[in-house]
Design a protein. Structure first.
Length: 417
């Protein structure tokens, strides 16, 4: 096994082979089973690409809630060439692999790991069957994985301009990466960007105004301006091309989104009742308050100086846990940070604790999926109490895990990267 992890070619090759097998199996299941392997979202993506190929708007496809860039990327799925309908799945799977390669690179360059050890931890993502399954079913989360790990690599490498471009692109592509902005800016202080002066380091009695001015370092200002410029340029371009439907479906829709199907969130039952009642309330928007307070304000301030990767993990975990919509695809948003967190975590130092955390996380999902199966396939009304209690249990487990992550990242022994 040690020889396996000593070879990047073997690890990357195995990750590609895993995804290739799943792609072939998925095609077989789609052709022979009433339960399809392909995610319904992939059909939405490819339908939108088909509209674009005909000169129409991707938003002509109902329920397309994404940037036009995604539909453009999937234009090859519209070509009348055998097998090209799965181009998007292959692209997303390849993005998974690229994200894993970047993880290994960061672990070596920024964390000082040996290549075999870095590949072992990177394999938590590269050889994870859940990650491979989601991408080969046609979920685009792998593309976000590349952008998020790319952002981490760029910041740790002090490539400020590149970090700003990636952050702006990531937020345009999918809103949630904006939560990393405060963490990156808080981490990128004068000592880390190299602009600290001896006088500034010795000035411990500076007033509030001086502290505020000192916060505005050249690197922070530069990154913010580049990120805003990238985000604005992309949005203005898309608005010129597609008008108000772009703004509504890509961004505004999510403020009042009601999605009670396949939703692990404890809000799911309330969303179901809201949808059934047909009345809009402020609930859909107010649900963001605890989520954003934790992910955007509290966690970056408390952990941001300790570990950038650890802070981003805690932010993402909190964002997904407290989100009013939580599906399996969202788990990939924080799983991509596990290779950076695990080496110094209490889950590795105390294997029993690690097994318990993993077991409870899986069992909580299984309980919810069992109730979901009763609803979706058996036609049983299981929203209350079944799904509601299962959602509360899953939420409680995740809050407990979030507490462990915050405690670990905030610990004295955490590597400050």
């Amino acid at each position: 096994m040690s020889s396996f992890f000593s070879s990047p070619t073997k690890v990357i090759g195995a990750s590609i082979a895993l995804r290739a097998v799943l792609l072939v199996y998925g095609a077989w299941q789609d052709a022979h089973s009433p339960i399809k392997y392909t995610d319904i979202d992939y059909l939405v993506f490819t339908d939108a690409a088909r509209y674009v190929s005909r000169g129409a708007s991707p938003y002509a496809r109902d329920t397309y809630r994404y940037t036009p860039l995604l539909a453009w990327l999937l234009l090859p799925t519209t070509w009348d060439i055998p097998g090209f309908f799965s181009f998007g799945k292959a692209l997303f799977a390849l993005a998974d692999v690229v994200a894993g390669w970047l993880i290994a690179r960061v672990l070596v360059s920024a964390y000082g790991m040996s290549q075999p050890r870095a590949l072992k931890y990177a394999s938590v993502w590269l050889l994870n069957p859940m990650v491979a399954n989601i991408s080969t079913r046609g979920s685009s989360e792998g593309l976000l994985g590349v952008l998020v790990v790319g952002l981490l690599w760029a910041v740790l490498s002090r490539r400020v301009t590149l970090a700003g471009v990636i952050l702006g692109l990531g937020v345009h592509f999918k809103i949630y990466p904006f939560i990393y902005g405060p963490a990156v800016l808080w981490w990128l202080d004068a000592e880390r960007d190299g602009s600290a002066t001896a006088a500034r380091e010795k000035d411990e009695d500076e007033n509030l105004l001086s502290k505020a001015l000192n916060f505005l370092t050249p690197a922070r200002i530069h990154l913010t301006l580049v990120a805003l410029a990238t985000f604005s340029a992309l949005n203005v371009s898309m608005y010129i091309l597609y008008g108000l439907p772009f703004a509504h479906h890509t961004y505004l829709h999510h403020l009042t989104r009601i999605d009670h199907r396949h939703n692990f969130s404890p809000y799911s039952t309330l969303l179901y009742l809201s949808a059934a009642g047909g009345a809009r309330t402020a609930f859909e928007s107010l649900a963001f308050i605890p989520q954003l307070l934790l992910a955007v304000v509290v966690i970056p301030l408390v952990l941001g100086k300790k570990s950038l990767a650890g802070t981003m993990l805690a932010q993402t975990f909190a964002f997904v846990t407290f989100n009013k919509v939580c599906t399996s695809q969202y788990f990939l948003w924080y799983l991509v940070f596990l290779p950076f967190y695990l080496p110094s975590s209490s889950l590795m130092k105390n294997p029993r604790k690690g097994v318990l955390v993993g077991l409870l996380w899986v069992v909580a999902q299984a309980l919810w999926l069992q109730q979901g199966y009763n609803l979706e396939f058996l036609g049983l009304s299981s929203f209350v109490p079944g799904l509601f209690l299962a959602s509360l249990f899953f939420f409680a487990v995740n809050v407990w895990i979030l507490g462990i992550i915050v405690e670990d990242v905030g610990g004295v022994g955490t590597v400050s990267l």
